[in-house]
Structure formats: C-alpha cells, structure tokens
Design a protein around this ligand. Structure first.
Ligand code: NDP
Length: 255
C-alpha cells in the first residue's frame, strides 16, 4: 500500500516498542518517517527503514522539540502527521512515590505531547492541515493501582486531545488519541516485574498472563495492532473523525 507516499510522519519514542511498530507501518505504506527518542539507538532504528531519519530529542524540552520539527522540515519539506508516542512509567505506593517521579512522568507523557502538538500545529496550519495522534493508555480510562502519576498524565493526554481538536477543527487538522491495552514491550516487561512483586508472588510473565485472561480476546496486543489504528486515523478515511479516544485492547476496556 502507498497511502502515505509523499507524506511525512513524526513518531516520538520511535526507536523501539509501539513507536517503532508505528514507524514501520508508515514506512511500509510509503511515508517519510522521522523517529525521535532520547537514546542514540534511534539512529540505528531509523537506518533500518527507507526514507527515515532519527533525531535525538527529549520531548519534555521545548527547544529540542522545535529542533525535531525543524529537522523533519529540512529533510522532507514539512510534517503531515505527528504521533505523540513517547512515554514513561514508574510504579510505587503513594508513600514512596517521589515528587521527582511525578514531575518526570507528567513532563514526558503530558507536557511532551503538548509541546509536540503545539509545534506540529503551528507548522500544519501554514501547510494547510494535518493529523495528530496522541498515545494515551487504558489508564486514561481507569487508573490502575500504584500509578497515580501515570494515570494523571494519560487522562491529561485525553483531555488535551479533546480541547485541541476543538481549537484546530477549522484548520483542517484532526486530533485523536489511542488507548493501548496490554502490549508486549519493554514498558510492559517493567510493569510485569514491578507490579508482579507488589501485587503478589508472581514470577516473570505471570502477572501479564493473568491480566491477559481478563481480555475477551485472550491475547496481549502487539505494536502492529496499535499501528494499524494509527494509520487509519492518519489516513483520509478518518477525515471526519476528531477529538476521539479509541481503545486498542482486545476488548479489555469497553468505553
Ligand atoms: P517503551 O518503554 O518500549 O518505549 C518508550 C519510548 O519512549 C522509547 O522510545 C523511549 O525512548 C521514548 N521516550 C521516553 N522518554 C522520552 C523522552 N523524554 N523524549 C523522547 N522519547 C522518550 O514503551 P511502549 O512502546 O510500551 O510505550 C509507548 C507508548 O504507549 C507510551 O506512551 C506508553 O505510555 C503507551 N502505552 C503502552 C502500553 C503497553 O502495554 N506497552 C499500554 C498503554 C499505553 P528511549 O528508548 O530513547 O528512552
């Protein structure tokens, strides 16, 4: 398929996990892809895809985010689609949750998405339109235990998505969000290990296996499952969809 030929897509947190699957999907469909993340390995990830560049960028740093979109424009002439996927999580009981972890989680997950949306919108308005997709979480629907900072950040992403969608609706820009469920990535490995210890005597993979049993489809999701919905929302087939938050979770949460 070449739905996105000639289009340029920014994917934050693009070096691995869900972000790399998103980048791969857009690349497979002909897009130019700009992968951004903190670690140097983003360069190798970009080098593995055609028509792709890597940019080292902390999404919580405004100057770095401006530099990211500058780099995209310089390489490919402009940005048509921006996927705010970069995210972090920590897990702690309320008495142990540090102010530092609260701030870092809000900075990357909520402020990072805001800074990228702001910069993308400024440029998309000049370009005549675009598509923004924010990665929220099942924790934007219902907070899980020991992660109040993460849940707050993801509820924040959903609220921001709705507010921005109203503001830019007449600029030919759509803004939507995705709530992935349980997706097998490094982040989930951390969740499995730390929640597993805190919630019971779970061995490696056992917590995840037990949560997967609560999914009507009885399987964890893949980055490709998430990427497929994002590609749809970024396509012209979704031109009349904005301000929505869509669960991609095998039916785990129905809302
Ligand atoms: P991973 O931990 O595998 O990847 C996280 C990505 O975010 C990495 O590319 C990382 O880059 C990047 N990142 C972290 N901090 C920053 C930062 N300050 N600036 C730029 N990039 C940053 O996570 P997933 O792939 O699992 O998660 C992707 C998104 O999906 C996140 O927003 C997460 O909250 C959300 N999500 C995941 C679920 C799951 O089950 N896996 C479920 C629901 C939502 P680097 O490696 O360079 O640090």
């Amino acid at each position: 398929m070449t739905r996105f030929q000639g289009k340029t897509v920014v994917v934050t947190g693009g070096n691995k996990g869900i972000g790399f699957a998103i980048a791969q999907r857009f690349s497979d469909e002909g897009a130019n892809v700009v992968l951004a993340s903190v670690e140097e390995q983003v360069m190798a990830a970009a080098a593995s895809l055609p028509r792709a560049i890597g940019v080292i960028c902390d999404v919580a740093d405004k100057a770095a985010v401006v530099g990211l979109y500058d780099a995209a424009e310089e390489a490919f002439g402009g940005v048509d689609i921006s996927v705010q996927n970069a995210g972090i999580i920590t897990i702690a009981k309320i008495e142990d949750l540090s102010e530092r972890d609260w701030d870092a989680t809000m900075d990357v997950n909520a402020k990072g998405a805001f800074l990228c949306c702001q910069e993308a919108i400024r440029r998309m308005r000049q370009r005549g339109g675009g598509k923004l997709i924010n990665i929220a979480s099942g924790q934007a629907r219902a907070g899980f235990i020991y992660t109040p900072h993460y849940a707050a950040s993801k509820f924040g992403v959903m609220g921001m998505t709705q507010s921005l969608a109203k503001e830019v609706a007449l600029d030919n820009i759509t803004v939507n969000a995705i709530c992935p469920g349980i997706i097998k990535t490094d982040m989930w490995d951390y969740n499995d290990r730390v929640w597993g210890k805190m919630l019971g005597d779970y061995g490696p993979g056992e917590l995840m296996d037990s949560w997967v049993q609560n999914i009507p489809m009885k399987r964890a999701g893949s980055g490709a499952d998430v990427a497929a919905m994002i590609a749809f929302l970024a396509s012209n087939d979704a031109d009349y969809i904005t301000g929505q938050t869509i669960n991609v979770d095998g039916g785990l949460i129905m809302s």
